[in-house]
Design a protein around this ligand. Sequence first.
Ligand SMILES: Cc1cc2nc3c(=O)[nH]c(=O)nc-3n(C[C@H](O)[C@H](O)[C@H](O)COP(=O)(O)O)c2cc1C
Length: 147
Amino acid sequence: MSKAIVIFGSTMGNTETLAASVVEGLKEGGKEVTLKNVTDAKIEELKDYDLVVMGCSTWGVGELQDDFISFYDALNDDVLNGKNAAVFGPGDRAMYPDNFCDAVTIIEEKLEKCGAKIIEDCLKVDGDVDDALDEAKAWGLSVAKNV
Ligand SMILES: Cc1cc2nc3c(=O)[nH]c(=O)nc-3n(C[C@H](O)[C@H](O)[C@H](O)COP(=O)(O)O)c2cc1C
C-alpha cells in the first residue's frame, strides 16, 4: 500500500480540523496515512513516504503559520525529489483579500523547488472550516487517486 504523510501547522485548530478530513479522504483512496503536527515532523522522515501532503494556515499578512516556519526553512533541494505532493489550508478572504491563503501558495512553490510533483490543485478554504469538511475529504480522495 502506498504511504502518505499529512503534516499540518495550526494555531487555533482549523488546519488540524481540515487535516483530519483530508486524512479520511486519503484513507478512502487506499493510502496508509500518518498524520503529524509540524512540531513533531522531521525532514528526514519524508523519504519514507510516496505522497507528502502539507496543510498550513496563513497568519500576519500573507505569512506562514508560526510552527511551520522552521520546517519550511529546513526543506532543501533534494529532499522531495520524486515525491508526489499537495497542499491545503484555511484563510479569510474577506479580511485578507490580497493575501488569501498565501501560505498554501508559498509552501506549494517551495515543494516544487525541492523536486516534488504537485499532483492536485491546492485546496484553499475560506472562513469556517466546519463548512468545508466534506470538501476537504473529497480533496483528499482526489489526491489519493492521482498517485
Ligand atoms: C492575526 C491574523 C492574521 C491572519 N492573516 C491572514 C492572511 O494573511 N491571509 C488569510 O487568508 N488568512 C489570514 N488569517 C485567517 C487565518 O488563516 C484563519 O483564521 C485560519 O482558519 C487559522 O487556522 P489555524 O487555526 O489552523 O491556524 C489571519 C487570522 C488572524 C487572526
